[in-house]
Write a protein that binds this ligand. Structure first.
Ligand SMILES: C[S@@+](CC[C@H](N)C(=O)[O-])C[C@H]1O[C@@H](n2cnc3c(N)ncnc32)[C@H](O)[C@@H]1O
Length: 804
């Protein structure tokens, strides 16, 4: 399933939202489900139910894993889902059935589905039916009941004895398909997605009248119960090879459990010796505790098995990005065999992923002591050493990557907090990011890896239209799903989320400790929330406040929007520390996106205490369009920066030109040179020049206005011949480059423009003086975006950009 489709559908699932404890927030629901539920149509309901269940099974494997883990692997260790437990659960349901049979008070009269009124509890009535679908747990027990007329309804049962950590098997046995049941005091509830369902508030209101079909042999005794520990591990390995990480974890856990039980007499159940009821098999013992020799051999055999199971489970946890768990397992394996190379290596990788680079280096060095020539270990050590250097010195060597034309694998960038701090802004009263000392242009302020990011799939033509952006709700939903999976994996990420501002909960203005954003930084003393504390509504709220797309920082021209390459750069993501940076149309920093990493460089000279801002939207556009973008992207504020104020002040004179620009821009953002629209657009630049002259604006103000109509100038230069004598009224391109630098230094469009002109002057054989002049201007823009790089690197980048 496509990831965006998956996200959308996931949110459309009423049940999934309920899982997150969210009743108020509802995405539009599945119409077919609503219709089937309103008409009590069994087939339609069954279809929707199966669809739900499958998707839930697929998507929520991770949740299930967490539950297994939280429950100390209770369910994966051979308790809940073992044959013994299945049989026990069946016994329980029989007991319940016997208890409840005849419990229907006399005088209760039966009622059928069609007679039920929505929203009314039918006291003294009982609905007889058969459970006609497999049950599953999603906040509540969810299944379907068919009444005596053959009509059906969804049933949601609040069964206090079964919670989220109960295995599927247990839920399905307790509410077995085919069981005859009676529901006391039925209540058909109106759900917020417009569908209806029988809400049963206590399991005592479901009376089981007959047990349903017998359990299948595989349910009573799943085949894996017959496997020994080594075979369970082999099965884990088989699933691992098939990239079924969750399945592999399940089997490694079973293996560990089985091994531990067989080697630990303390844990072994010790039933009293049977008193001659059964004939003793030759060679078998009466006692559950094996004799010493057996324990020793079992222990020896199993110690290796259990060590490998721990080690392999660590590898599987790594694949699922559960790094803390991977670390614990690798350490468990090393307790059993301190020199196990793979476990040392896995421990190192887990530590690296947890940004504990110093310790990771120690692990990899230890591993190299065992295999001095291993390429993987050497590479891993090198990576950890680079990251350690990055966080200690704030030095990120991007030159190799930049010199390759940003092709090939991306450099790994660890999180870094430079000379910045989160403070309350004296002017706005809101939190923002500020520099702690004077900084120069191109200085690195921070590096942050995305908490979650979604990109468009540009491998297929059909997906070209679907670009991740703040205004695309389905991508926002995708991001939301990713974030939910994320918070389950690490308390640090959960902590990151909980300090962000949230449109649903304004006033969360606490200042988080800066160490929270540093790789390997100490942050553990702050109070953690649990994943369940963060509702869908809250996550959606903080996405609306903090998620950013590539607007305003694209390194490809935004003038045409048709090629694959440009769209490949599109993303929507959430970064923790950058979420504290406020917007400005005259920003003080420029963000560079390298893969999932966001590098923020100062794009102006800043004095200690000055605010760090970047632009949330394409800033090379007139005020009205910038405002519309902010609005369209659901940013609920109006920028009041100096440039916005200037354009507001000049509103009357600029209004006509602005509207004309806007009408052209709205008709078609993809201008084809030589068409009448491009000429119209080019003429707007002439009008702006007239106006600037007439107004007698200051040079700086002129620059800001030119930047707002930057595209008109661009088209002016592209249509010089067609413009005739009007072309002479255009300022030299160097002035437009300066205008962009005055407004938004390091802007992606300005960068392309500058690189274009540098190449053009060179190709035209312009004097060295002119070429150097343009080159210096272009270098400044590149420095704002890419930071302080060697001039050879920046020059190479400019050439690559111009060649595009
Ligand atoms: C990414 S957050 C920035 C950090 C935020 N101020 C905080 O306290 O966490 C974005 C939110 O900050 C506020 N904001 C950002 N830039 C602003 C600006 N130029 N003027 C007013 N509010 C702004 C808006 O409420 C916006 O939704």
């Amino acid at each position: 399933m496509e990831s965006n489709e998956m996200g959308r559908e996931l949110l459309n699932e009423l049940g999934v939202l309920q899982l997150y404890g969210l009743d108020a927030y509802r995405a539009p629901s599945d119409r077919s489900l609503v219709e089937a539920s309103l008409s009590r149509n069994k087939d339609g309901l069954l279809e929707a139910h199966i669809r739900f269940m499958r998707r839930f099974q697929e998507l929520e494997r991770d949740w299930q894993l967490m539950k297994l883990q939280d429950a100390g692997f209770a369910s994966s260790n051979g308790h809940e889902s073992s044959g013994v437990v299945a049989a026990e659960a069946a016994k329980m349901s029989r007991k319940k059935q016997h208890q409840q049979q005849g419990l229907l008070p006399k005088g209760m009269t039966s009622i059928r589905l069609v007679e039920l009124k929505v929203g009314k509890q039918h006291h003294g009535r009982v609905l007889y039916g058969v459970l006609c679908a497999e049950a599953f747990f999603l906040s509540l027990i969810q299944t379907l009941v068919e009444d005596e007329d053959g009509n059906a309804a969804r049933v949601m049962i609040d069964d206090s004895s079964l919670d989220g950590s109960a295995s599927w098997a247990k839920v399905q046995i307790r509410y077995r398909k085919g069981m005859k049941i009676a529901i006391r005091n039925p209540f058909l509830s109106d759900l917020p997605d417009e569908s209806v369902a029988l809400r049963v508030h206590s399991e005592d209101d479901v009376v089981i009248l007959s047990e349903g079909p017998p359990l299948l042999p595989s349910e009573v005794n799943p085949p894996w119960t017959k496997l020994d520990a080594a075979d369970l591990r082999t099965e884990g390995n088989r699933l691992f090879a098939k990239h079924d990480w969750a399945g592999a974890i399940d089997f490694y856990s079973k293996c560990i459990r089985k091994s531990l039980l067989s080697v630990s007499p303390a844990k072994q159940p010790q039933p009293p010796a049977p008193r001659g009821k059964k004939k003793k098999k030759p060679g078998s013992s009466n006692h559950a505790i094996p004799n010493k020799a057996t324990v020793k051999s079992v222990a020896l055999v199993d110690q290796d098995t259990v060590m490998l199971a721990y080690s392999n489970r660590a590898a599987a946890w790594m694949k699922l990005q559960h790094y803390e768990k991977a670390l614990v397992d690798a350490e468990e394996a090393l307790k059993l065999d301190p020199s196990h190379l793979k476990s040392i290596y896995r421990k190192g990788r887990a530590l690296h992923a947890l940004e504990q680079y110093e310790q990771a280096c120690k692990c990899f060095s230890e591993a190299l002591g065992l295999v001095s020539q291993d390429k993987d270990v050497k590479g891993a050590l090198q990576k950890s050493e680079i990251c350690l250097q990055q966080i200690q010195q704030g030095v990120y060597d991007l030159s190799k990557h930049l010199l390759s034309g940003c092709e090939g694998s991306l450099p790994e960038c660890s999180d870094y907090v430079g000379p910045v701090e989160i403070k309350i802004s004296a002017t706005t009263g809101r939190r923002g990011l500020f520099v702690t000392r004077d900084v120069g242009v191109g200085e690195l302020l921070l590096v942050s890896n995305a908490l979650a990011i979604v990109r468009s799939d540009t491998t297929s033509l059909e997906n070209f239209e679907a670009c991740p952006s703040r205004s695309n709700a389905s991508f926002r939903d995708d991001l939301l799903v990713k974030i939910y999976c994320l918070v389950l994996k690490s308390p640090k990420w959960l902590q990151h989320l909980s300090c962000l501002s949230d449109s649903e909960c304004p006033g969360n203005e606490k200042l988080p400790p800066m160490d929270l954003f540093r790789s390997g930084g100490k942050w553990g003393e702050t109070k953690l929330h649990s994943a369940q504390d963060i509702s869908v509504r809250r996550v959606m709220g903080l996405l609306l406040q903090n998620a950013i797309d590539e607007s305003g920082c694209c390194t490809q021209p935004a003038l045409t929007k048709s090629s694959t390459k440009e769209q490949q750069g599109q993303f929507l993501g959430l970064w923790a520390l950058p979420s504290f940076v406020n917007h400005s149309c005259t920003p003080t920093s420029a963000r560079l996106h390298l893969g999932d990493a966001l590098l923020l460089h100062a794009s102006r000279q800043l004095e200690a205490g000055e605010e760090v801002t970047f632009t949330y939207v394409n800033s090379m556009l007139p005020l009205q369009i910038r405002r519309e973008f902010l609005e369209q992207d659901s940013w609920k504020f109006q920028c009041t920066c100096a440039r916005c104020e200037l354009e507001t002040r000049l509103k009357e004179s600029l209004e006509h030109i602005g509207k004309h620009f806007q009408s052209l821009w709205a008709v078609n953002e993809t201008f084809i040179p030589g068409t009448s629209e491009t000429l119209d657009m080019a003429n707007i630049a002439i009008k702006v020049e007239h106006l600037l002259k007439a107004n007698g604006s200051y040079a700086y103000e002129q620059q800001l206005i030119r930047a707002s109509f930057f595209i008109a100038y661009w088209f002016g230069y592209l249509n010089l011949e067609r413009m005739g004598k009007h072309a002479l009224k255009l300022p030299p391109p160097e002035m437009v480059i300066d205008a962009t630098t005055a407004a938004a230094p390091g802007d992606g469009n300005a960068l392309v423009f500058a690189a274009f002109w540098l190449k053009k002057f060179e190709d035209q054989g312009a004097s060295k003086l002119v070429v150097n002049d343009v080159q210096n201007r272009a270098m400044l823009i590149f420095k704002c975006l890419y930071g302080k790089q060697k001039s050879s690197v920046l020059k190479k980048l400019m050439r690559a950009q111009a060649a595009n």
